[in-house]
Every structure is written in structure tokens, then in C-alpha cells.
Design a protein around this ligand. Structure first.
Ligand SMILES: Cc1ncc(C[n+]2csc(CCOP(=O)(O)OP(=O)(O)O)c2C)c(N)n1
Length: 223
């Protein structure tokens, strides 16, 4: 049963059924959209249960990706999918979000049969880069030069071999793939290991790599 969103409580979010509605807003309004989206997730999940932190942590990223990219033509692949609540709310499922994870309700993870915005059925971790790479290579073979494919992967999921295999392949596949690494130092518990230490080092150094090496990163490592 759809549950209408109160425009008094959510003045902008109540007007967004699909990302096309979001893209009609002006950039300065997006901060307010993020605030409303965060409040909406808290309102529903605090009563109905579900994954809390991961979805709250990507509110800004979710809004930015749907604003910048032409979803669903451009394809977004969420790793694990436990962080996709904001994505679900912005892609036609806001009024049924209260059924999340309930019998006959929404799946707690992206599910292809549920929405054309859910490009990849997930639940297990570390599959997003390989899945998105497959989509990017397929687009290239079909000559779709304008279609973008984006994988969003956490620093926890990034430690798995499958993700590394996909990066290794993607680095030479010469297809249009963007991988967003959501490094929040958390997996189920605080993340551990050499990759985590490396990511912490490069993001907390006096001159973070993000700023000092941007031209290098943009050219995929080839100066
Ligand atoms: C193959 C597999 N192993 C374990 C899990 C359990 N699991 C769910 S979320 C998660 C951690 C994800 O952490 P991260 O990738 O950093 O994403 P974040 O929660 O920070 O967004 C794990 C290990 C899983 N879904 N799949």
C-alpha cells in the first residue's frame, strides 16, 4: 500500500518520484534534498529496521550520482547493495519504502525485477566492479558511446579478490567504467589490513594524494 510523503515535512523530496525530477532542481537545492533524504531514511528505518549506517553514509553520493548521470540509461551498480536505500527512495519507490525487507515488500537490496534502476542483483559483496565492467564492455561492443557505467564499492568489499580481478581486467579493457571507492574505514566492523592502512595513509597525508596526483589519476596512471 503506497504511503504518501508529507510535503510539509519533505518539501523537495515529496516532489521527486524519479531522478529526472531531481535533475530539474538547482544545484544549491541539493543540500536540502540530502537533508530530507537522510531524515526520510531515519524516519522509516528507525521503525521498520534495516541497514542504517551504510545508507546514511552515501546520501550525498547517491544524490550526486543521480543528479550528474542520466540514470537509468547510465547504469549504477551498488556493491552489496545494503547502502542503496537512498537510491531506492529516489527511483520510484519512496511511497512503498515502508515495506522494505517485509514479506511481499521491497527487497533490502537492489533487485532487477523490482526496478529498471537496479541494474545488478546483489547481496554478496565485491561483485560490483566486475558486473559494471561487463556492462561497460557490452556498451562499447554495441557502439553506445554516450552510456556511462558506475560501480560504487566500499573499502571493505574492495579487499576481496574478485574486486581486484575486475580492476585488473578493467584497467586494460578500454571501456567507459567509473569506479567510486567509498572509503569510510568500516566494513561490518572497522576495516583491517594493508589496503585499509594504505588508503588511510594517502587520504590523511599532509598533501593528500587526491589533490597532489589528480592529473595522474585522470590519465589512468599515464602522465
Ligand atoms: C561475499 C560476502 N561476504 C560477506 C558479506 C557481509 N557483508 C555485508 S556488508 C559487508 C561490509 C561492507 O563494507 P564496505 O564494503 O566497506 O561497505 P560500507 O558498509 O562501508 O558501505 C559485509 C562483509 C556479504 N554481503 N558478502
Amino acid at each position: 500500500m503506497p504511503f504518501p510523503t508529507d510535503p510539509a515535512q519533505y518539501p523537495l523530496l515529496s516532489g521527486i518520484t524519479y531522478p529526472a525530477d531531481l535533475r530539474k532542481l538547482d544545484e544549491p537545492q541539493l543540500e536540502q534534498v540530502c537533508k530530507e533524504l537522510r531524515d526520510f531514511i531515519i524516519d522509516v528505518v528507525s521503525v521498520k529496521g534495516g541497514h542504517f549506517g551504510a545508507s546514511l553514509g552515501v546520501v550525498e553520493l547517491t544524490v550526486a550520482l543521480h543528479y550528474v548521470f542520466n540514470t537509468p540509461y547510465d547504469q549504477l551498480v551498488w556493491d552489496v547493495g545494503h547502502q542503496a536505500y537512498g537510491h531506492k527512495i529516489l527511483t520510484g519507490r519512496r511511497e512503498v519504502f515502508h515495506t522494505n525487507r517485509l514479506y511481499k515488500g521491497l527487497s533490502g537490496f537492489p533487485k532487477r525485477s523490482e526496478s529498471e534502476y537496479d541494474t545488478f542483483g546483489v547481496g554478496h559483496s565485491s561483485t560490483s566492479v566486475g558486473g559494471a565492467l561487463g556492462m561497460a564492455v557490452a556498451s562499447k561492443l554495441k557502439g553506445e558511446k554516450d552510456r556511462q557505467v558506475v560501480a560504487v564499492i566500499g573499502d571493505g568489499a574492495m579487499t576481496a579478490g574478485m574486486a581486484f580481478e575486475a580492476l585488473n581486467h578493467g584497467g586494460t579493457a578500454n571501456s567507459d567504467l567509473l569506479v567510486v571507492l567509498n572509503d569510510n574505514c568500516m566494513s561490518i566492523d572497522p576495516n583491517v589490513g594493508a589496503l585499509k592502512e594504505y588508503l588511510t595513509d594517502i587520504t590523511t597525508a599532509e598533501q593528500p594524494v587526491r589533490e597532489s596526483q589528480v592529473p595522474l589519476l585522470r590519465t589512468g596512471g599515464r602522465p
